[in-house]
Write a protein that binds this ligand. Structure first.
Ligand code: ATP
Ligand code: MG
Ligand code: MG
Length: 387
């Protein structure tokens, strides 16, 4: 059998494993936690840290190609693996996406070819840097440069005093202050590039976030105009080309109230907003990742049905207001959700439900977007999620 390797044991790894196995590959997962969503699905779980040389050596010698499902694995580990196996995406690409400052520098650098800029921002390393910022950056969002996800490590600040307090609470880690932009809506563009240099781009997704976490993804998006869509797609193709990237990449964009398009961040892997591709596209983002890393031809990105994706967080395992550490969780009413037309339920096999923890998602496919949205709304009612 031919083995593929994946760094990281989360739900993205689990869905990658499923796609790879469907195509006849065996998959090894490297992850320090014994109990992890990808580990349960994998043919082999290498239980080791992301920088553990024994674990890395085993992964590289066993697998023809290695990828990552987690953007915060050590980029150095990916470069190390690349000496022994084909690695996609490359450590250098992942390194850029791991650091918001590097990422923004890169976006600015390729703005002439991509046609888009990131939000106005300033690097904050010390308290002195706070005095240097212009009033123009307030109100803003202070973000840790590294390791933030799902809105974690972010504070919204209106005044200099709030900014000062927020930075003091960051324990000295390097931050970036970003101007708060007037968003009309948010989109993401999923793309993939093969080892042969051919790139494909999926239909654009429109995303709604709640408390910094992705809430829903609609494709086609109800608000997306052609101009913004073309701009974001072209920018994504320019970026993926500029990076010489191999694999699946997702770029998040803001569309502002004046119609302009601003690049937010990129994920060097399949993305939560691309989960709809499993049920609504010819080739899912995970199958695409398998193809890219195995140096096979990329698959058709065509979407065959409108799709509305709802993220399932751990909150619905608990009554409103109940403490998730002391209250025993109760199983949501999946039977009622599954009775809705076009419902595709994906649960990640996480035993412990916690508030704000991503437990699964549901993608509604339907002949029209209106029907998919109506069923998503019904699912929210059944599950006790405010629509
Ligand atoms: P992810 O889970 O997507 O990796 P993250 O924690 O890296 O998220 P961001 O994507 O930077 O965080 O921000 C989370 C959300 O906060 C955005 O999707 C957007 O809704 C809002 N946001 C972030 N930056 C800005 C900004 N400059 N102006 C307005 N809203 C913003
Ligand atoms: Mg992010
Ligand atoms: Mg984001």
């Amino acid at each position: 059998a031919t083995w593929l390797g994946v760094m990281g044991g989360g739900q993205l790894g689990r869905m990658f494993v499923h796609a790879a196995q469907k195509m006849g590959f065996k998959v090894a997962v490297l992850e320090p936690a014994m109990d992890c969503p990808a580990g349960h699905a994998a043919d082999q779980l290498l239980c080791a840290g992301y920088t553990d040389s024994d674990g890395l050596n085993k992964l590289a010698s066993q697998c023809v190609a290695v990828t990552t499902e987690f953007e915060n694995v050590s980029a150095k580990s990916l470069s190390y693996l690349a000496e022994k196996a084909f690695v996609a995406p490359a450590g250098e690409c992942v390194a850029i996406a791991q650091d918001r400052l590097e990422e923004k520098r890169f976006f600015v650098e390729c703005a002439t070819i991509s046609g888009v800029f990131p939000a106005a921002h300033k690097e904050i390393r010390t308290e002195n840097d706070l005095d240097q910022i212009s009033d123009d950056l307030l109100p803003g969002i202070l973000k840790t440069a590294r390791l933030g996800y799902d809105g974690k490590g972010q504070v919204r600040v209106k005044t200099r005093e709030e900014l000062r307090n927020a930075f003091a609470a960051m324990n000295g880690v390097v931050c970036v202050l970003e101007k708060m932009l007037p968003l009309a809506y948010e989109i993401s563009v999923l793309a993939a590039r093969g080892a042969d240099g051919k790139a494909v781009v999926y239909p654009i997704a429109e995303n709604v976030h709640r408390d910094g976490i992705l809430f829903t993804t609609m494709v086609p998006g109800p608000n997306i105009g052609k101009e913004a869509a073309d701009k974001a797609q072209a920018a994504t193709l320019a970026v993926i080309e500029q990076l010489g990237y191999v694999g699946v990449l997702c770029i998040e964009f803001f569309v502002l109230t004046d119609g302009s398009v601003v690049v937010n961040e990129m994920a060097p892997r399949p993305h939560n907003s691309g989960h709809y591709t499993i049920d609504a596209c010819i080739t899912s983002q995970f199958a695409q990742q398998v193809r890219a890393m195995a140096r096979l031809p990329l698959g058709d990105v065509r979407q065959h049905s409108p799709a509305a994706m709802l993220n399932i967080l751990g909150d619905i395992w608990f009554e409103a207001g109940a403490d998730d550490k002391t209250t025993p969780p109760r199983e949501p009413q999946w039977d009622k959700v599954l009775a809705l037309p076009g419902a595709n339920l994906h649960l990640y096999g996480k035993d412990v439900a916690r508030r704000a923890r991503k437990m699964g998602h549901i993608t509604f496919v339907a002949p029209t977007m209106a029907e998919a949205q109506a069923n998503l709304k019904k699912a929210c009612e059944i599950l006790g999620i405010a629509p």
